[in-house]
Design a protein around this ligand. Structure first.
Ligand code: ZN
Length: 468
């Protein structure tokens, strides 16, 4: 097995003792960390000189919708309802599998370049997202976003799609891709449907990724319809458990927090999205106080509009201080825990990732400390949360493989992705005649012979073959 040494970095381990080593090294063998220490003298196949750089566990974006990068900046500053009805849904209705692939590739490239090594995703055409994750080298937990909307027979149809993803992709790409069921929300899926999701998730031993108590309107409507709050509803259906990944949890009461803590459910805080859509501010400090391991996410790029977890960490640290008028809330260390250890717990991967410890998977990032904005270096944790930016991530390693070095992507072609994304987005947002043909760049990924055979009807088979 190949041995890689990350040498003499400023190690922020996030281990149980939260050790920070001013000069430390990490030895990686295959895809695992085998040694962490001040000095490691071992012959290795490769050495990454980390002097002047912070080495920390890769960040975990616990809630996003990767193909929505294509919607970035297409519509801002609107009420949620017209935003969805006029801007998002009409374009989503025209989305093809290939478009989602391009959007997911763009998201993967952006995440690697800003230090995210693992993410939880919910959207459509998730087999294409799995392909993008596979190609990029990232780690992810993917779920098909089920939307029932009271349409008869729709639940079964959506369940089939969700189950297909679980069957085909749970543990794919050497275990880098995991899956969950993804019922969109308690207001888009009926209680009967949610109950079925719970049973199906139990059967497959996978988690459930859902939007929960995001807006005041949602809580009011669910209460009116079912006589329970969204959290109580999930509890009554048996979904509130350690495998529940609940995005937002903005409008939850003390009692519901106790319930979530008792059941081991995992909320995900998405501060930018909650502010941008004016949903409110989640009571994160209160949840943390109750021992709930709240994770952190960006949500989709349509409501953020970036996937930069450093930006998200800073905002998470600041809004609660301001709102509660208490500067001691959400210290840098807590926020970094949310973006690493808690993210790993939320995705059911705490035994594998989230910290730099012997035996864990080698998901690490190097952040350049030689930047003007990190000087002087009083406290590395403070700089990482309050002064950093994803742009300062220099090197990214996932599953022992280097995905970016010196800010150059090694698994993805950045130029090509940019071009494909521009073309896909302009085609999607073009009014009137919507071209159904996938663009040329996708074919360039295939070999010369197959390209000659290019015909619309043959596209799928050729494409699949080239990407297996
Ligand atoms: Zn979301």
């Amino acid at each position: 097995m190949e041995k890689l040494l990350i040498k003499d970095g400023y190690l922020v381990t996030m281990d149980p003792r939260r050790r920070i080593l001013k000069r430390g090294s990490v030895l990686v063998e295959g895809n695992r960390i085998v040694k962490v220490g001040k000095e490691i003298k071992e012959r290795t196949d490769r050495v990454i000189e980390a002097r002047g750089r912070a080495v920390l566990p890769g960040l975990i974006n616990a809630h996003t919708h990767s193909p929505m990068t294509l919607f970035r900046g297409a519509a801002d500053d609107m009420e949620l309802d017209p935003w969805l009805r006029e801007k998002i849904w009409p374009v989503e209705a025209r989305l093809k599998a290939e478009d989602c692939y391009v959007g997911a590739l763009l998201a993967c490239a952006e995440m690697i370049k800003s230090g995210t090594t693992c993410f939880a995703d919910m959207y459509f055409f998730m087999e294409k997202v799995a392909e993008a994750v596979g190609r990029s080298g990232l780690r992810a937990s993917l779920s098909y976003g089920m939307i029932e909307l009271g349409i008869p027979g729709r639940c079964e149809e959506e369940l089939r799609k969700g189950e297909k993803l679980v069957r085909e992709h749970h543990g794919s790409f050497g275990g880098r891709v995991q899956t969950m069921f993804g019922p969109h929300a308690p207001y888009t899926c009926s209680p009967e449907c949610l109950r079925k999701v719970g049973e199906r998730a139990e059967k497959h031993g996978v988690g459930i990724h859902i939007h929960l108590s995001e807006t005041e309107k949602e809580v009011r409507e669910v209460k009116e319809k079912y006589g329970k709050t969204p959290v109580e509803l999930l509890h009554s259906l048996g979904l509130l458990g350690p495998r529940l990944l609940a995005a937002h949890c903005v409008w939850i009461t003390e009692g519901e927090m106790e319930l979530m803590a008792g059941r081991g459910a995992k909320p995900v805080h998405n501060p930018t999205s909650n502010l941008k859509l004016a949903s409110g501010i989640s009571p994160v400090p209160a949840m943390l106080e109750k021992g709930i391991p709240v994770a952190l996410g960006t949500d989709g790029a349509a409501s953020n509009n970036s996937l930069d977890m450093f930006q998200e960490m800073k905002l998470a640290a600041l809004i609660h201080k301001g709102w509660r008028r208490n500067p001691t809330l959400m210290p840098a260390q807590t926020v970094l825990e949310m973006a690493t250890l808690h993210g790993a717990k939320a995705l059911g991967m705490e035994g594998e990732v989230g910290s730099i410890e012997e035996g864990k998977k080698a998901d690490l990032i190097l952040v350049d400390l030689r930047s003007l904005r990190f000087s002087p270096l009083h406290q590395v944790l403070s700089h990482l949360v309050y002064a950093s930016s994803g742009e300062l991530v220099d090197t990214v390693i996932v599953d022992g493989k280097v995905l970016m070095e010196g800010r150059k992507l090694l698994t993805l072609d950045e130029e090509k992705i940019l071009k494909m994304a521009e073309e896909t987005a302009s085609r999607l947002f073009e009014e009137g005649d919507f071209k159904e043909e996938p663009h040329e760049e996708l074919f360039e990924l295939e070999d010369e012979l197959e390209r000659k055979k290019k015909k619309r009807g043959k596209y799928r088979a050729v494409y699949r073959k080239a990407h297996r």
